[in-house]
Design a protein around this ligand. Sequence first.
Ligand code: ADP
Length: 317
Amino acid sequence: MTASPAVRVEQLAKRYGATTALDGVSVDVQPGELFGFIGPDGAGKTTLFRILVTLLLPDAGRAEVLGRDPSRDLWELRRRVGYMPGRFSLYADLSVAENLRFFASVFGTTVEAQRETIAPIYDQLAPFADRRAGALSGGMKQKLALCCALVHRPDILFLDEPTTGVDAVSRREFWDLLAGLRGTGLTTLVSTPYMDEAGRCDRVALMQRGRLLAVDPPAAITASFGRPLLGAQAADRYALLRAVRAWPAVGSAFPFGETVHVTDARDGVPAARSAEELAAHLRGAGVRDAEVTEATPTIEDVFMARMGDATAAEEAA
Ligand code: ADP
């Protein structure tokens, strides 16, 4: 027998006037998982989290968190859930230490009593204990918010876009802290618009316009790409992209860092042959320094491909 899921979501739907924020979302999160909801702005991540942490009622569908219904058992769940909202939610005029003491006292505990739970994060904040929260760097603010969400020792943690707008080094440090928490067995749901953070999760859900496009471990998602991927490079990336899009066999083409990621619309053509043909086309189109190699699909490639499929299905419906 498998353990009951820490979170169960069945056909959850929510609209704001004419806007559909959640369009029949179903997913289970297992105890101890570090689970990522990955999608762009407006995908519905905040709406989903707000329903799960008892702050918003769905229009339809069911949700269970730790075996409880967030729309009914809110007082029990609020004690057991840690929530870090997307926007800075701390008191900017209080110091680091005061913010922590405040959040601990709301839950009838003290920072000292919870020292062990928050130690790895608290130790990084300690040198700034007397600094006003509003005067911290973005990365430090997020660490303080995480500490405040943990200070009552929750059974499950919801972090809504904790790394948005934070520099790359702080993002990595934040994910290292989450990896440490995962080691303690804490179930953590985290949302992010950054596809490169998927690899830090046990499983991820790719989310777009209120729907889940895929739910799987990150390696299984990238493995599902299912066709050869090419990476084209040239000094003039604009000319390159235009020429790639004019290739008669082009399937998809989008800029990816220094390269353009391209698929061949034809089925069954080996990658090496596609690469040769694309390179010949590009040189013929005047992009003389074009180089084409085989590329490894990333989560972003799968996201773009699934998003295209979902849009095509909607248009056909
Ligand atoms: P995300 O967190 O992925 O950015 P949200 O859940 O915040 O997504 O938003 C989903 C959709 O719902 C968006 O189109 C957003 O504009 C809309 N939305 C969110 N909150 C409200 C609200 N209070 N009133 C009207 N529309 C909203």
